[in-house]
Ligand binder design. Structure first.
Ligand code: MG
Length: 374
């Protein structure tokens, strides 16, 4: 079945799980001559990178139109090969390739009438443990701890992951005593058995001493993992931290491709390898990362913090690999998850099942993309 059109959609939307801050995504719609449609997404994040990603999808699309839609990996190789001039070792070209690749896998599943998890070769886990993944922004530590308590206690999530250093008045990650006080409050609120992940994020910087001190203090509150405590290139600092840490250390979501992942995995800096399918060259790229992770008995963690298209692909990848601990979902209602598709993803009793409909298993509502068009 021949591909007829490749169309980018750039969107700008407020994210309630991040203090309503504006975020940007670039979607890709690929349609075959018989009218079958596949959807992909790139987590392009900023206005300028979103414009660039949309332009690249448009340009790369010229290599895709007219090709057989079932030859998705061959198309991935052709685009990657041709974009070396502006995409060597990652960057915006990888974002555009990600959106096209996810759309091609979705399209293939729809043309063949089978869900993505079966296209990949079958589920290792048909059911994934789910944690609520948000940022904190309110000034009251008690209120923020209680919000996270509700996710576990009232909504059934099996744990929480909290982004530090974000906008608003919480300002976690800056003052040691306050940080420890907050993590204690969160542990009290979520109870003794829930998983607890803390994510330094990218808005603040820690020295290796800051990272060790906080990791050890948070461990006293039952920390499951510490995420991105240091910058990705601080290999020696990561090694020092790991000598002092009892919890898992997570990082990786800023890598672009298998080459980058291989390099940093080989440096032995982390136990949990973050990977965004909307950034790391799509499903085809993420499968290469999974091979590296499985080879070394590490853990794969899909960074699924954008749209339901990304979440659908991420859930399938998490279920496919034998090395996934949890799936993250944004707990508060948000337009790119709950309005965008016909049946939004939700956990039941702390777990989520593999989608069973063909392709990604979601029906994208194009009017929602037009409503948030950028
Ligand atoms: Mg993170």
């Amino acid at each position: 079945m021949k591909i007829k059109t490749v169309t980018p959609f750039a969107v700008r939307y407020p994210e309630p799980n991040d203090n309503d801050n504006i975020r940007y995504l670039t979607f890709c719609k690929i349609e075959t001559e018989d009218g079958t449609i596949g959807w992909g997404e790139a987590i392009s994040q900023f206005a300028e990178s979103t414009k660039a990603t949309a332009a690249l999808i448009d340009g790369m699309g010229r290599q895709v139109v007219g090709r057989n839609a079932l030859e998705n990996v061959a198309i991935w190789r052709a685009i990657k090969g041709a974009s070396w001039w502006y995409g060597w070792h990652g960057g915006v070209a990888s974002l555009a390739l990600s959106a096209i690749d996810i759309a091609l896998w979705d399209l293939k599943g729809k043309l063949l009438g089978i869900p993505l998890i079966e296209l990949l070769g079958g589920a290792y886990n048909r059911r994934l443990a789910v944690i609520a993944s948000t940022h904190v922004w309110r000034s009251s530590l008690e209120e923020e701890a209680e919000r996270h308590g509700r996710y576990v206690r009232d909504e059934g999530y099996l744990g929480v992951k909290i982004g530090m250093g974000k906008s608003g008045g919480t300002r976690i990650g800056y003052e040691f005593d306050r940080d420890v006080q907050f993590v204690r409050l969160v542990r009290d609120a979520i109870g003794p058995n829930a998983m607890l992940m803390m994510d330094r994020g990218q808005s603040l910087r820690w020295t290796v001493s800051d990272a060790i001190r906080r990791t050890n203090a948070f461990e006293e509150c039952g920390l499951t993992w510490m995420e991105e405590p240091l910058e990705p290139n601080e290999t020696e600092a990561f090694k020092r931290l790991r000598q002092h840490a009892k919890c898992l250390i997570a990082t990786g979501e800023r890598e672009w491709d298998a080459r980058g992942y291989r390099e940093f995995i080989d440096s032995g800096v982390a136990d949990v390898i973050g990977c965004d399918v909307g950034r790391a060259e799509g499903i085809t790229g993420a499968l290469k990362v999974i091979e590296l992770v499985e080879d070394r008995n590490l853990w794969f963690n899909s960074h699924a913090w954008s749209s339901a298209v990304n979440t659908a692909a991420s859930i399938a990848l998490s279920g496919f690999t034998s090395r996934c601990l949890v799936q993250e979902l944004k707990p508060d209602r948000n337009p790119m998850q709950h309005d965008l598709i016909d049946e939004p993803f939700k956990q039941v009793g702390g777990y989520i099942e593999m989608p069973t409909r063909p392709g990604l298993g979601v029906e994208v509502r194009e009017p929602v993309l037009r409503e948030y068009a950028f």
